[in-house]
Design a binder for this molecule. Structure first.
Ligand code: IPM
Ligand code: MG
Length: 358
């Protein structure tokens, strides 16, 4: 029996999660594989009910599982709390660290039906886009110590720290992925300013020379990469980068696909254990109104099947049924664009259509 932890969290998390679980029911019947699902509290709702955003019980549930299907956490209600009680800093980041989920994989794909919703002129993305980010997720400036505001609140410090080992293991993931794609890696850094980036470039280059010389490797400064993503995004295939740069660039790239509500992500460790979550946030402004786009959550489920359960065929099936549903003209509000011959659906109805197309 496969075991997963279901952490729906806050905001739109629970409603989009229900749609993903509906899809999982169908996958169970098609594949004859059962997924035992254990729900646990995370984020603001966990804080409200237990006084902490990441209860020990939740960690235990995750430890007893092979993968975590994650919704989203956070919202204005909890923003004023002490940092360690806040949903993002007190739950999501420690969870990533606890399970050493160092490789954050963010595919950025445009569904042909959604080209109109992209924030770019269509001629820049003709024929679609297919970029995949490998973002380092458990180190860098997110976690380096010291990290503090001085007691007089007149200065503050964050520390950006990387070790050779941390750089190597994420770079290996990127190179391996490139071999199965178009054999190109662009490593993004700020080696003209940051010492961590000088080391990053050195380690990636050495690894390339010794083990992956058949892959085409380029290096790009992060400011240039930010520009190139909106100038000529099709030049990219695999983008390898550190934690903070990956955070920023992946949101930028997401908008090229039209909506944050479309993109899934996988955060995996050395084993096949992973946390699968939409890259958009908890969208408290539209929560509970049947308006949220469930596609990112459903595609996160597909990534879970692919990376943690070796069920690539079923992951493809889910992705195809999403594509088919969009081709049929069904949209949630966030991806409605300007087209006239489309039908706008709520969260549940979109889930139903995708399920029917499976
Ligand atoms: C992401 C998010 C998180 C991050 C936040 C919620 C802490 O923006 O997954 O990209 O910065 O990593
Ligand atoms: Mg982010």
């Amino acid at each position: 029996m496969n075991k997963i932890a279901v952490l729906a969290g806050d905001g739109i998390g629970p409603e989009v999660m229900s749609q993903a679980l509906k899809i999982l029911d169908i996958i169970e019947s098609k594949s004859n594989k059962k997924f035992e699902r254990t729900e646990a509290l995370i984020g603001g709702i966990a804080y409200d009910e237990t006084g902490t955003p990441l209860p020990d019980e939740t960690i235990k549930v995750c430890e007893a599982s092979q993968a975590i299907l994650f919704g989203s956490v956070g919202g204005p209600k909890w923003e004023g709390l002490a940092p360690e009680k806040q949903p993002e800093r007190g739950a999501l980041l420690p969870l990533r660290k606890h399970f050493s989920l160092f490789a954050n994989i963010r595919p950025v794909k445009i569904f042909p039906a959604l080209i109109e919703s992209s924030s770019l002129k269509n001629n820049l993305i003709d024929g679609g886009l297919d970029i995949i980010f490998f973002r380092e997720l458990t180190s860098g400036i997110y976690f380096g110590q010291p990290k503090m505001i001085a007691p007089d609140r007149k200065s503050a410090v964050d520390t950006m720290l990387y070790t050779e080992e941390e750089i190597t293991r994420i770079a290996i993931k990127a190179f391996e992925a490139a071999k199965l794609r178009s054999n190109k890696v662009c490593s993004v850094d700020k080696a003209n300013v940051l010492m961590t980036s000088v080391l990053w470039r050195e380690v990636v280059s050495n690894l390339h020379k010794s083990k992956y010389s058949s892959v085409e490797l380029t290096h790009m400064f992060v400011d240039n990469a930010a520009m190139q993503l909106v100038r000529a995004p099709k030049q990219f295939d695999v983008i390898l980068t550190e934690n903070l740069f990956g955070d920023i660039l992946s949101d930028e790239a997401a908008m090229l696909t039209g909506s944050l509500g479309m993109l899934p992500s996988a955060s995996v460790n050395e084993k096949s254990f992973g946390l699968y979550e939409p890259i958009g946030g908890s969208a408290p402004d539209i929560a509970g109104q049947n308006l949220a786009n469930p596609i990112a959550q459903i595609l996160s489920l597909a990534l879970m099947l692919r990376y943690s359960f070796d069920m690539n065929e079923y992951a493809n099936m889910i992705e195809e049924s999403v594509s088919k549903t969009l081709n049929e003209g069904f949209r949630t509000k966030d991806i409605a664009g300007q087209s006239t011959d489309i039908t706008i659906l709520g969260t549940v109805e979109m889930g139903d259509k995708i399920a029917a197309n499976l």
